[in-house]
Ligand binder design. Structure first.
Ligand SMILES: Cc1ncc(COP(=O)(O)O)c(C=O)c1O
Length: 394
C-alpha cells in the first residue's frame, strides 16, 4: 500500500502539499493557543460532582459549617495584602457580607436590658443604605436604626446608652477611609471593610478593629457567589454571630465556599499582582478621566480623594474609588438625580444614602463601554455649560 503522504502528494502536487502542511501547522498552533487560554481561564473554574460534599457539616473540621482550608487561605490573603490583622481573631463566613451586617448588630445588642430602649444603630452620612433597611426590617426590641452617628457625639445619653456604629471604610458612596466617630466604653463599631482592597484604595495600614467585614463580591467581583466573612476579636461576639448564622441559614452553601476557595487561591497564586494591578489601573484611569471632564465644570463637583502611600504597592498611588459622589452645585439643581436622568445618566439618589438629593452616586464598576458612554454624556452636559455662558444677553 502507498504511504498516505505520497498519496496526498500525488493527488495535490508539491506546492499545494506544502501549503496544506503550513495550514495544518498554523491550525495546530492556534488550537494550542486556545487550549492554553482556556486553561488560564479555567484556573478559576470549579466542577462539583453530584455526590460531593452533600452534608451540612465538614467532617474533617470538627463538624463545623465552615471549611478550615478556606479560613486558612483567607488569613493568608490578608497577610499577603496587609489589609487586616487576623492572628488571634475568629473568622466567620456569611451569605455575602450582607448576612454578617445584621449578625453583628444582633450580637452587639444581645446584652440589652429589656426595660431600656432599643440600642441605637448609627452611621455617618452618607452611609450604605442596607444598614438602615436591614435594621428596620429585622428590627427587634434590642436595636433600632437612629441615623446620623455624629448627632450622638455630644449627646449626654450616649455615656450611659450602648451604641452600635457602622463604619464603612472605604465608604460607599464617597470612598473615604472613615473612622468611628463615637468613642467610649459603650460605643461598639462594626467596620465594613468590603472595599479595603488595593484596587479601590491605598492600604495605609493593616486594619485591626474588633469586628471587620469583607466580601468576595468586592474582592474578585463574584457578587452572585454570596460569600463574605467577618474577622472578630471577641470570642463572645463570635459565638453570638455564629449562632445567628446557624439559626438563620445553617451556614453558607458548600458550593459558595468551594468557589470562594478557588477564587482566593487564584488571587494568592499571583501574589495578588494581576488582579489588583489590573483593577487599580482601570479604576484610577476612570477616576482621572472623570475628574478631568468635571474639572472645567462649575455645575458639578466630585468628592476629593488624595494620593496616598499604599503598603501593598509600596508606593504613593492615585485615587481609584468604586463610586463617584457627584454634587450638583447650582442652587436650582436640588434634584441632581433628575438633572442627570434628563441627560440619560442613571445614578443613585443622595437620599438613598441619608444625604441631600443634591448628591448622586455614579458607579465606576461598569463595563468599559458603559463607562465611556457615561463620560461622553457628562462631557455633553459640561459643554452645554459653556454654551450657556457664552450666549449673548438679549
Ligand atoms: C459597603 C457595602 N457593604 C456591604 C455590601 C454587601 O455586599 P455583599 O453582600 O455582596 O458581600 C455592599 C455591596 O454593595 C457594600 O457596598
Amino acid at each position: 500500500m502507498e504511504e498516505p503522504t505520497s498519496m496526498v502528494l500525488f493527488l495535490m502536487g508539491k506546492n499545494q502539499f506544502v501549503s496544506a502542511i503550513l495550514a495544518m501547522e498554523a491550525l495546530t498552533a492556534l488550537t494550542f493557543c486556545l487550549i492554553v487560554l482556556q486553561m488560564l481561564i479555567e484556573s478559576s473554574a470549579v466542577l462539583v460532582a453530584g455526590w460531593h460534599r452533600m452534608g451540612y457539616r465538614y467532617i474533617n473540621n470538627n463538624q463545623s459549617l465552615m471549611s478550615k482550608e478556606l479560613e486558612n487561605q483567607i488569613r493568608k490573603l490578608h497577610g499577603m495584602v496587609g489589609n487586616a490583622v487576623t492572628s488571634g481573631k475568629y473568622i466567620l463566613f456569611g451569605a455575602g457580607s450582607t448576612q454578617l451586617l445584621n449578625a453583628a448588630v444582633h450580637a452587639l445588642s444581645l446584652h440589652h436590658n429589656a426595660s431600656s430602649p432599643p440600642t441605637p444603630v448609627l452611621a455617618s452620612i452618607p452611609f450604605y443604605t442596607l444598614y438602615k433597611q436591614q435594621t428596620d426590617v429585622f428590627g427587634s426590641s434590642n436595636f433600632k436604626f437612629e441615623g446620623d452617628a455624629s448627632l450622638w457625639m455630644n449627646n449626654s445619653d450616649s455615656n450611659n446608652t450602648n451604641l452600635i456604629e457602622f463604619v464603612t471604610s472605604p465608604n460607599n458612596p464617597d470612598g473615604k477611609l472613615n473612622k468611628a466617630v463615637l468613642q467610649g466604653p459603650n460605643a461598639k463599631a462594626i467596620y465594613d471593610r468590603v472595599y479595603y482592597w488595593p484596587h479601590f484604595t491605598a492600604i495605609p495600614a493593616s486594619a485591626d478593629e474588633d469586628i471587620m467585614l469583607f466580601s468576595i463580591s468586592k474582592l474578585t467581583g463574584h457578587a452572585g457567589a454570596r460569600f463574605g466573612w467577618a474577622v472578630i476579636k471577641d470570642e463572645t461576639i463570635y459565638q453570638r454571630m455564629t449562632m445567628y448564622i446557624g439559626v438563620n441559614t445553617m451556614g453558607v452553601p458548600r458550593e459558595a465556599q468551594l468557589r470562594a476557595l478557588k477564587l482566593i487561591n487564584v488571587v494568592l497564586q499571583g501574589r495578588g499582582r494581576e488582579i489588583f494591578e489590573f483593577g487599580y489601573k482601570t479604576l484610577s484611569n476612570r477616576w482621572e478621566n472623570l475628574s478631568q471632564t468635571l474639572s472645567v465644570s462649575t455645575r458639578f463637583s466630585l468628592q476629593k480623594i488624595g494620593d496616598q502611600y499604599c503598603r501593598f504597592f509600596h508606593k504613593v498611588r492615585k485615587p481609584s474609588p468604586a463610586y463617584a459622589w457627584l454634587r450638583c452645585e447650582r442652587e436650582e439643581d436640588k434634584d441632581c438625580y433628575a438633572v442627570l436622568k434628563a441627560a440619560n445618566i442613571i445614578g443613585r439618589r443622595g437620599g438613598v444614602f441619608g444625604a441631600e438629593d443634591r448628591y448622586v452616586r455614579l458607579s465606576l464598576l461598569r463595563s468599559q463601554d458603559d463607562f465611556d458612554l457615561l463620560l461622553h454624556r457628562l462631557n455633553q452636559l459640561v459643554l452645554e455649560e459653556d454654551k450657556i455662558k457664552t450666549m449673548p444677553i438679549m
